[in-house]
Design a protein around this ligand. Structure first.
Ligand SMILES: [Zn+2]
Length: 149
């Protein structure tokens, strides 16, 4: 770790503390110029953790997402390659958000938006299962909106 004063590489850690966001702060003493400085490290996952509806977190699971979409696309003219591409897009969109964690709802919305362009029946099926459109009126409203557009 380079000293910000003299750019020397040798420093001694005086103390280390951890914060609630998973970060680590280290107070350091430069062995060359005796100045003190602090460093802060935080591990960032490539893909944010997914916050489930019950509040627990889980790692983004590509295969699980593909599986869910496959079920919605059963007997629909959507190829495995299309599904792979959609999940790949979702994953890279999540990574480019630069967040540590995002709601599963965000992931659901991305999938929904992608399916809406690929296949409307798959889109409605996915919406029913993953967005919880259990209410028949909500499902009808969604279908009416599609038929109107
Ligand atoms: Zn120094």
């Amino acid at each position: 770790m380079k000293c910000p004063y003299c750019k020397d590489d040798d420093s001694r850690v005086l103390d280390t503390s951890h914060d609630r966001r998973g970060g680590t702060r280290r107070r350091r003493l430069c062995l060359n110029c005796d100045q003190r400085f602090s460093t802060y490290e935080r591990a960032i996952l490539d893909t944010p953790l997914i916050i489930k509806q019950d509040g627990t977190r889980e790692e983004f699971n590509r295969h699980k997402l593909i599986r869910g979409i496959q079920i919605s696309c059963d007997k629909r003219p959507v190829s495995a390659a299309d599904i792979e591409r959609l999940v790949g897009d979702v994953e890279s969109d999540l990574q480019s958000m630069g967040e540590i964690e995002v709601s599963s709802r965000v992931v659901g919305d991305m999938v929904i938006a992608g399916l809406k362009e690929m296949d409307l029946v798959a889109y409605i099926r996915y919406a029913i299962v993953y967005l919880g459109l259990e209410d028949l009126n909500a499902i009808r409203g969604e279908i009416d909106a599609l038929l109107d557009s």
